[in-house]
Design a protein. Structure first.
Lengths: 616, 90
């Protein structure tokens, strides 16, 4: 069997020089691909203490070992970098075709270094790579940018690009490809800081597999398993447009900046209402789910608004956060964020925060340019999104995110800022789903719902054991979810596909792709723990520790109001005790630093000196 | 014979706010039909009009996902059945 560990394209944007490298076999064995490669290379190449928006930071774009093949739901891709929003390791996952196109050129990773002299874009083909002038598209939104790139380079071109938000270094700017987004963590701002507007790839399908015949047989089995699976069929029908039906019902739909867990009247935001405006379905490369539900608003104030989405988080971001049940406005808001290149979760959460500051008189009309930020009214929200994307007026402040905005305003506003490590909380109220909440607190990237999604709390999943969603003691569940997610993301497998019955084939598929027989279930579990610990070592080296693993004050001290649902009066009140248990299970010190013993056990000996040097 | 059915959080309000209901039945299908006989509001949340399990509902017996032969899977006294939704959020 041949060896196929993956190739890297390294680009120095400062001088346009490119070179190709091959991933060493040991890294391929220990880190598999995707997020594993991302953290491994970032740990080695990004020095601690640098400015995330400075030239020394690096932006990685990665697919996985199975990308571009007929196997379903494994062609997603991600950005990895030092986040300007959180100051931590970050990764942000995206869909559409870009991951496959990168593989068609023979690459699993692009490492972007330095800074281009002027606005530029990278054009990659199987024959080579050029840094080209982006002056014609600098300032344009992501839709116009991608259309321009296709006109320039042909219909077999796919791109990942930034909009005005990334160019203007909004802390939560996203990278957009087609209409999908690498949303969280501000990786779009890192791209903007490098004067890089887009990476465009022109290619035709070509596979890079160590054992193509075996792979093909396994892929057929995977496809058959998935297509017959009930969970897949449900996802195909609805995407995530019905999750708010459940989260409102159980009182974990955050409303009014995380003061309530349910909209007063949530019938207008149910999935069936969005269905009335659905005009189509789109999806990622080689995935029959086509879970992207496309909506067009037929009439009214937002007539003509057209978006691939909103999906659940964005539905929440533009309804619950401002206590609105106007779903037409949510479609318009979603479209605007995609065009401007903004993370919808941080955008919605930050706007919800601004609405509370206005309610309390801490922001006034003179600050907002005359906008009256009154809960229930979505019109100012839509106006604010545009201001954020262009950093105009109050948008310049909101572009900082809740943590820095609260620091700037002062006057005790930090208690209304709902973030962990600077990343704004997503659409599940932690006081009604506490394992989900503690995932937010301990995830490497800040409050990310999908870093260790607590399906046990939210949907009743009973493995590895069932939970009581109000119980704060399930550190084992949080770790299980985080480590499972970590190794899934080495394949950059779609998170939803984990429930489609095919994961027992994952290791065999990677073996056939790589030519390395090292991906049994037990080995993959270790990979998950290895990744998570290396991310923690990266963050400790950046100065993070126990103090950064706490949920926001509101969540820990104010009782939740659930209106008609269970959970009235809940708080998260044992964060300290949880961390003691979590750290002990992880094999970390009481300050949240991985011990030398744990690091060596996971083959991370090269980090031990750095942890000792931090004196922790 | 007694089988415990665990109800997911979002359906508990339709089951008298219970998280767990004891029923009798020799298959998963029989147990679920007994459940909806006791709590008729659950019928439309679990079954289609033709009596098939709705897409997106996962059933576990003793923590093992029993897809695809869900309704005909036999159960024994003391078994635990979990009703869970597939992960929907993102």
């Amino acid at each position: 069997m041949a060896l196929n560990t993956g190739r890297i394209l390294r680009v120095d944007l400062s001088n346009g020089k490119v070179r190709t490298e091959t991933v060493p076999e040991k890294i391929a064995t220990d880190f598999v691909g995707g997020r594993g490669y991302g953290v491994r290379y970032l740990y080695d190449e990004v020095k601690p203490g640098i400015d995330p928006l400075g030239e020394e930071n690096k932006l990685l774009m990665l697919n996985g070992p199975l990308a571009g093949t007929t196997a379903q739901a494994v062609s997603r891709w991600m950005t990895c970098t030092l986040s300007p929003l959180t100051g931590t390791f970050t990764r942000s996952v995206c869909g559409a075709d870009f991951g496959a196109w990168l593989k068609f050129c023979g690459y699993e990773m692009i490492i972007l270094e330095g800074k281009a002299e002027k606005p530029s874009y990278l054009h990659l083909t199987p024959e080579g790579c050029k840094l080209l002038d982006a002056s014609e598209i600098w300032g344009e939104d992501t839709k116009i940018t991608q259309e321009w790139l296709v006109r320039q380079h042909g219909k077999n071109t796919r791109a990942a690009c930034i909009g005005p938000a990334g160019e203007k270094l909004v802390k939560y700017a996203a990278v957009v490809s087609d209409r999908r987004t690498a949303g969280r963590g501000g990786t779009g701002a890192v791209m903007g800081s490098k004067n890089l507007k887009a990476v465009a790839i022109t290619a035709s399908r070509k596979l890079f597999l160590a054992d193509p015949a075996t792979y093909e047989e396994l892929a057929k089995e995977q496809v058959k398993t998935i297509l017959a699976n009930s969970a897949f069929q449900s996802h195909k029908e609805w995407g995530t447009t019905t999750t708010q039906d459940i989260t409102n019902a159980i009182g974990i739909y955050p409303v009014r900046n995380f003061r309530y867990g349910q909209l007063v009247d949530y019938k207008p935001v149910l999935g069936a209402e969005y269905r009335k405006m659905r005009v189509g379905d789109i999806g990622c490369y080689s995935c029959a789910a086509r879970c992207g539900k496309v909506h067009t608003v037929p009439s009214g104030v937002y007539a003509g608004a057209h978006s691939e989405g909103p999906e659940y988080e964005s539905i929440w971001a533009f309804t619950g956060s401002i206590e609105s049940n106007n779903i037409q406005a949510s479609i318009a808001a979603d479209q605007l964020c995609d065009d401007l290149g903004l993370d919808t979760i941080s955008t919605g959460n930050t706007i919800g925060f601004a609405y509370e500051l206005y309610e309390k008189g801490l922001l006034g009309k003179s600050d907002t340019g005359g906008l009256e930020l009154i809960y229930g009214n979505p019109a100012p929200m839509v106006a604010l999104i545009r201001k954020i994307g262009y950093r105009e007026g109050i948008g310049d402040l909101l572009a900082l995110g809740t943590k820095r905005l609260a620091e700037k305003i002062g006057r005790g506003t930090d208690i209304y800022a709902i973030h962990v490590k600077g990343m704004e909380l997503p659409a599940y109220e932690p006081r009604g789903a506490k394992s989900q909440g503690y995932n937010y607190a301990t995830a490497s990237v800040g409050a990310s719902h999908c870093y260790g999604y607590a399906a046990q709390d939210i949907f009743g999943a009973p493995f590895p054991h069932p939970t009581d969603r109000f119980d704060e003691g399930n550190a084992d569940i949080v770790i299980f979810n985080q480590d499972q997610t970590a190794w899934h993301e080495c394949g950059v497998a779609c998170a939803f596909s984990g429930g489609w019955g095919w994961m027992p084939l994952f290791g065999k598929l990677v073996t056939a792709a790589r030519g390395i027989n090292a991906y049994s279930d037990a080995e993959l579990d270790t990979v998950g723990a290895r990744l998570f610990n290396l991310e923690r070592a990266f963050n400790v080296r950046e100065g993070l520790g126990r103090k950064d693993d706490f949920l926001p004050p509101r969540i820990r001290t104010e009782p939740l109001h659930t209106r008609q649902a269970k959970g009235e009066g809940q708080t998260v009140s044992h964060n300290d005790e949880f961390l003691d248990k979590y750290y002990a299970l992880r094999g970390w010190t009481k300050q949240g630093t991985p011990t030398a013993k744990k690091l060596k056990e996971l083959g991370l000996d090269f980090t031990v000196k750095n942890m000792a040097a931090r004196g922790k | 014979m007694s089988v415990a059915i665990h109800i997911p959080p979002s359906l508990q309000a339709l089951a008298g706010d219970a998280g767990e209901i004891a029923v009798a039945g020799d298959t998963v299908g029989a147990c679920l039909r007994e459940l909806v006989r006791l709590y008729p509001q659950l019928r439309g949340k679990l079954f289609t009009a033709k009596g098939q399990l709705l897409k997106g509902i996962n059933i576990f017996v003793n923590r093992v996902n029993i897809f695809p032969d869900v309704l005909i899977t036999p159960v024994s006294d003391g078994d635990i059945v979990h009703v869970a939704y597939t992960v929907l959020g993102g």
